[in-house]
Design a protein around this ligand. Structure first.
Ligand code: BMA
Length: 317
């Protein structure tokens, strides 16, 4: 990937004041992305100095210069959950049959779940339900239904890292025909202990290409302190539990000062992806530019470029 020279594209200074809560915030990071009728949208994770998490929207006409809208995104329907939700964060946006879905991680007392929401305007998120496994994160919906089912990649939290959160080393596939009841289909990929991707989790939603589902994910190397990087894999179009190819090297790793230092150092967290061109059958064009939006050091939002054919080739390297 090639970093945009104007990085970071959003910092704490980009966040306008909203009421008493959003004022001189700590950080903005891990954005979801969508391009809707030529408008580039980023759904932002904004963290206050009280370590409260809010969602805010930024928009742009060129995908580089974003303006943050001075409003807090509202969540509707969470009163149906009995347990206390502490944080709602790390969104991913998927548009399926013209309907906008957003998956978020929801932190409860001792567990993390994936919450599924739908929205028409990004001002209000309507809660659909808690989906996937009982303790899980990094939930990402596929952009289309197949075999009459919705498909979800998720990362069950099964590993406790010293001084860190409960995390995991496998991405699994789940399916549902009503978005409410989900069943595990199987394992898609596992972490490679001793290498750059010891623990893994999905990044943005997979992209349909003629060669397979192209999927960017994060890998964590567990040195003395973890290093988060981005990698890429290609999954079978009909059976995404089959990995066709997976890059042995990362495609983006912390190197710039804004990635090396911050609230959590050494973090590149890929979470939003815009593919500029699709063909008439809905496959991403191999020549299409790709914009990857990522959180840097849990502190700011950055942009990196590539194209579909380079990313596919990288899966085989
Ligand atoms: C993960 C998630 C991400 C975060 C990353 C690095 O466990 O909490 O939101 O960016 O850690 O701190």
């Amino acid at each position: 990937m090639k970093r945009y020279s104007g990085n970071p594209i959003l910092t704490r200074e980009s966040i306008p004041e909203v009421g008493n809560e959003i004022c001189n915030v700590s950080s903005v990071f891990n954005p979801a992305a969508a391009k809707i009728e030529d408008r580039y949208l980023l759904l932002l994770r904004v963290q206050t100095r009280g370590r409260k998490t809010y969602s805010m929207l930024a928009e742009s006409s060129n995908g580089k210069d974003f303006k943050v809208i001075p409003e807090i995104v509202e969540f509707e329907g969470l009163e149906h959950i009995e347990a206390k939700v502490h944080h709602i964060y790390d969104p991913r946006i998927t548009v399926i049959e013209n309907k906008i879905y957003v998956t978020y991680a929801l932190d409860f007392d001792n567990v993390c779940r994936i919450g599924l929401f739908t929205t028409t305007d990004f001002e209000k998120m309507k809660f659909i339900g808690l989906i996937g496994e009982d303790d899980t994160r990094n939930g990402v919906l596929f952009p289309e239904k197949f075999d009459d089912s919705f498909y979800l990649l998720e990362r069950p939290n099964e590993i406790k890292v010293e001084n860190g959160p409960i995390t995991g080393n496998q991405i699994i596939l789940s399916k549902s025909n009503d978005l409410i009841n989900w069943e595990r289909v199987g394992t898609v990929a596992e972490g490679n202990f001793h290498y750059w991707d010891e623990l893994i989790g999905s990044g943005p939603p997979p992209v349909k290409t003629k060669k397979g589902w192209l999927h960017i994910y994060h890998g964590i190397a567990l040195h003395y302190s973890p290093v988060y990087q981005a990698g890429v894999m290609l999954l079978d179009l009909n059976d995404p539990t089959k990995v066709i190819a997976r890059s042995s090297q990362n495609i983006l790793e912390p190197r710039e000062v804004y990635e090396l230092t911050g609230q959590v150092p050494n973090v590149i967290f890929p979470s939003g992806l815009i593919v500029e061109e699709y063909d008439e059958a809905g496959f991403a064009k191999e020549s299409s530019e790709v914009k990857l939006y990522y959180g840097a050091a849990d502190t700011s939002v950055c942009l990196a470029y590539s194209n579909i054919s380079r990313l596919i080739n990288q899966c085989y390297e």
